[in-house]
Design a protein around this ligand. Structure first.
Ligand SMILES: Nc1ncnc2c1ncn2[C@@H]1O[C@H](COP(=O)(O)OP(=O)(O)OP(=O)(O)O)[C@@H](O)[C@H]1O
Length: 248
C-alpha cells in the first residue's frame, strides 16, 4: 500500500531554453492538506500543469497513487482521480448552483440525452449534501451569475467534489476575494481536508496561516524548504526570496 498520493522525481520542465521546474522532488501523503507558496515565477502554476498533464515533463516523473503519469493525456489523468480548480471559476453562469452540481455529478454529462435526465434520489441527496458543504443551500436556485465571487469559487469547489477526485489541486482560490470570503474558503478547505488530499497554491499569507499544516516553498523551479508555517516563515532563505519581497 502506497501512503503517498503524489510524488515527483527530479522533475524538470524546459520552455524554449527557460527552466521553469528544475529537478523538483516533492512528495505528499494521502489525506494531507499541503500548501505550496513561492514568489512570482517560482514555477507553481507549471507544477500544477505538469501534474495534470497540460505540460509534459522534459525529464523526471510525476507519480500519482504509485502510477507514473508520463504520456497520459489530461482527461486520462483527471479520470485517475486528480481534480483541478483554476483561479477563475469555470461554472455555468446561466445555470443555478443546483444545476451546475447536477451536471458535474453526472459522469455522462457530455452526452446530450443525459443533460435532460432527472437525477435519481441518491444523486439528489448527494447534491443536497454538496450544497450544504459549500454553504450554498440558500442560493441553490439562484442564477449563478448573481453569486458573489467567493460563492462562485465555492460552487466550483463543489463541482470538483461532485467528481469525487482523490486529489484536489486548488490554484490561488482567494485571489480577489474579501476577507470574509477568504476566511469562508479557508474553512471549507479545512473541512474538506478531513476526507480529501488537497494541494493548494497560494500567495495570500494570512490565508496560508489559516489553513497551513505543511508548507512547501518553491523558488526558481525547485523546493527551497518545507515545514510548518512558523518554520517556513522564520527560514532566512524564505524571508529573502519571498516574505521579504512582500514586506516592501
Ligand atoms: N509556456 C511557457 N513558455 C515559456 N515560459 C513559460 C511558460 N509557462 C511559464 N513560463 C515561465 O516559467 C516561469 C514559471 O512560471 P509559473 O507560472 O509556473 O510561475 P508561478 O510560480 O505560478 O508564478 P505566479 O505566482 O506569477 O503565477 C515563469 O518565468 C514563466 O514566465
Amino acid at each position: 500500500m502506497n501512503a503517498k498520493i503524489l510524488e515527483t522525481e527530479n522533475l524538470t520542465v524546459n520552455f524554449d531554453g527557460f527552466t521553469a521546474l528544475k529537478q523538483l522532488n516533492f512528495s505528499m501523503d494521502a489525506g494531507e492538506l499541503r500548501v505550496v507558496i513561492g514568489p512570482n515565477g517560482a514555477g507553481k502554476t507549471t507544477f500544477l500543469d505538469v501534474i495534470t498533464g497540460k505540460v509534459q515533463p522534459t525529464t523526471g516523473r510525476v507519480i500519482f497513487k504509485g502510477k507514473n503519469l508520463r504520456s497520459l493525456k489530461e482527461h486520462q489523468i483527471a479520470r485517475l482521480g486528480i481534480g483541478r480548480k483554476f483561479q477563475t471559476p469555470r461554472i455555468y453562469l446561466n445555470l443555478t448552483p443546483l444545476e451546475n452540481l447536477e451536471i458535474a455529478s453526472n459522469p455522462k454529462k457530455h452526452s446530450f440525452s443525459t443533460l435532460f435526465k432527472t437525477p435519481s434520489t441518491a444523486e439528489k441527496n448527494s447534491i443536497k449534501g454538496l450544497l450544504e458543504t459549500i454553504g450554498l443551500t440558500a442560493k441553490a436556485r439562484v442564477k449563478s451569475a448573481f453569486l458573489s465571487h467567493g460563492e462562485k469559487q465555492r460552487l466550483e469547489i463543489g463541482m470538483l467534489l461532485a467528481q469525487s477526485p482523490d486529489l484536489l489541486l486548488v490554484d490561488e482560490p482567494v485571489a480577489g476575494l474579501t476577507d470574509e470570503e477568504t476566511y469562508n474558503i479557508g474553512e471549507l478547505l479545512l473541512a474538506l481536508s478531513q476526507s480529501h488530499s488537497i494541494l493548494v497554491i497560494e500567495h495570500d499569507m494570512e490565508f496560508v496561516r489559516q489553513i497551513a499544516r505543511k508548507v512547501t516553498v518553491l523558488h526558481e523551479g525547485s523546493v527551497l524548504c518545507e515545514g510548518n508555517i512558523e518554520e517556513v516563515q522564520s527560514d532566512p532563505r524564505v524571508i529573502e526570496v519571498y516574505l521579504g519581497q512582500q514586506k516592501e
